[in-house]
Design a protein around this ligand. Structure first.
Ligand SMILES: *Cc1c(COP(=O)(O)O)cnc(C)c1O
Length: 361
C-alpha cells in the first residue's frame, strides 16, 4: 500500500467519522437552521477565544473573505515570502479583493515587529498603497512547518496595531502549533482580528474550515460568503465530520509532530540529505537532496516506484508531511527505502535521467 507523505490533505476520514456523517441531521445553513454547524462554529469560536465564527468549505475561502473584509482594492498586505496566499491560491487575494502584497523576507516564515515596521507605509500618502493587514501563517507551511511562538505573534500584532493594521492568522495547522508549544489555541489567536482553522488537513475531515473573529466581522463575512458562493445549504453532514475531528483528532497531532521530528533525525543520518531535525517544529519536513546527485523530481519517481509518495518543492527540495494515517512503523519502512534507494543512486547502480514531472507542489 502507498505510504502517502505528499501532504496532510491525504488523511482519510475514519470509520467513526463516516458514521457520524451518515447519521447527521441537516438544516438550511445560511438561515441558521443547521444545528450541527451552529454547534461547530460555537465550539470553534470558544476554542479560539472569539465572539463568533462561520463554517466555510475551504481555508482558501477563509483567506479570501478575510482579505475582502479587511482591505479595499489597492491596499497592501504584509506577509512573508512563503505565504500560502502568495503561492497557492491562484492569485485570489488580488483577483477577488484587489490587494497587493508587501513581502517580508522572514526567517523560516516568521518575522518580527521590526520587519513589519520596515514595510508599513507610514506616514500615509495619497500616492502610496495603504498598508492594511498583516498575515501570520501558523504553522508556516512552505517554510517547513515552522511554529510561531505566542510571544512572537503578540509582538508583531502590537506593532501592527500601532499602525492600524488588521492581523489575520492563517491557522491551517494552528493545532499542530498548539501541540508543539503547549499554549492554548486562544493564546495564539488572541492578538489576531481574524483566524481560521482547517479541518481537511491533519484533522482528517473531508471538507471544511472555520473562520472566527468579532461578531461584526462574522456578520460581514456572511455577506462576502453569499457573494463568493460558499453558503452551504445542508452543511450538517460536513459539520458532523468536523465535530468528530475536534473530539478525536486534535490531541493526537502531537504524534504527527513527534513522528516528523523522528523522521528528520533518521533522514539526517543518510548521506546526501540535508536537514536539521532541531528545525522541525511540527508535521512538515522540507529537505535538500542535492547531495544525492539527482533532482528531487527524479528521486520522487524512484520513491513512488517503491511505494512512497513525497512532494517536490524545488529542484533540490523535497517535502514530506506526517499525518493521521501515517504510523511510526510505516516511517521505519520509509527510512529503509530512502536509505537503500539513495545509496543505489549515489553508487551509480540506479541511473535515472528524466522525471515524470509528477509530485511537484
Ligand atoms: C492548505 C492551506 C490553505 C488552504 O486551505 P484549503 O482548505 O486547502 O483551501 C491555506 N493556508 C495554508 C498554510 C495551508 O496549508
Amino acid at each position: 500500500m502507498l505510504i502517502d507523505l505528499y501532504s496532510d490533505t491525504a488523511t482519510q476520514p475514519s470509520e467513526g467519522m463516516r458514521r457520524a456523517m451518515a447519521s447527521a441531521p441537516v438544516g438550511n445553513g445560511p438561515v441558521g437552521e443547521d444545528t450541527l454547524t451552529n454547534t461547530l462554529v460555537e465550539k470553534v469560536a470558544d476554542i479560539l477565544g472569539k465572539e463568533a465564527a462561520i463554517f466555510l468549505p475551504t481555508g482558501t475561502m477563509c483567506n479570501a473573505i478575510s482579505y475582502r473584509y479587511h482591505c479595499r482594492p489597492g491596499d497592501e498586505v504584509i506577509a512573508d515570502k512563503t505565504c500560502h496566499s502568495i503561492h497557492s491560491e491562484a492569485g485570489g487575494a488580488s483577483a477577488l479583493s484587489g490587494v497587493l502584497f508587501a513581502v517580508v523576507n522572514g526567517r523560516r516564515g516568521l518575522f518580527s515587529g521590526t520587519d513589519v515596521e520596515a514595510l508599513v507605509r507610514h506616514p500615509p500618502s495619497p500616492i502610496r498603497p495603504r498598508s492594511r493587514m498583516v498575515v501570520i501563517e501558523q504553522t508556516s507551511m512552505r517554510a517547513g512547518g515552522a511554529v510561531w511562538p505566542v510571544l512572537a505573534i503578540e509582538e508583531v500584532a502590537a506593532i501592527a496595531k500601532r499602525y492600524g493594521l488588521a492581523v489575520h492568522m492563517d491557522g491551517a495547522r494552528l493545532f499542530n502549533a498548539v501541540a508543539r508549544t503547549g499554549s492554548p489555541a486562544h493564546a495564539h489567536a488572541g492578538p489576531c482580528d481574524s483566524v481560521w482553522i482547517d479541518f481537511s488537513k491533519g484533522l482528517g475531515a473531508p471538507v471544511g474550515a472555520v473562520l472566527a473573529g468579532s461578531k461584526e466581522f462574522i456578520e460581514e463575512c456572511w455577506r462576502w460568503n453569499a457573494q463568493f458562493g460558499g453558503a452551504m445549504r445542508k452543511p450538517g453532514i460536513l459539520a458532523a465530520a468536523c465535530l468528530y475531528a475536534l473530539e478525536h483528532n486534535v490531541e493526537r497531532l502531537a504524534e504527527d509532530n513527534d513522528n516528523a521530528r523522528w523522521l528528520a533525525r533518521e533522514l539526517s543520518q543518510i548521506d546526501g540529505i540535508e536537514i536539521n531535525p532541531a528545525e522541525v517544529d511540527s508535521n512538515i519536513l522540507i529537505f535538500d537532496v542535492k547531495g544525492v546527485g539527482v533532482p528531487a523530481a527524479i528521486l520522487h519517481d524512484l520513491l513512488l516506484h517503491q511505494g512512497v509518495r513525497v512532494g517536490v518543492f524545488g529542484k533540490w527540495d523535497m517535502r514530506v508531511v506526517t499525518h493521521l494515517n501515517i504510523s511510526r512503523e510505516q516511517l521505519t519502512t520509509v527510512v529503509m527505502i530512502f536509505d537503500r534507494l539513495i545509496s543505489s543512486v549515489r553508487s551509480g547502480e540506479i541511473v535515472c535521467k528524466e522525471s515524470s514531472g509528477a509530485g511537484v507542489y
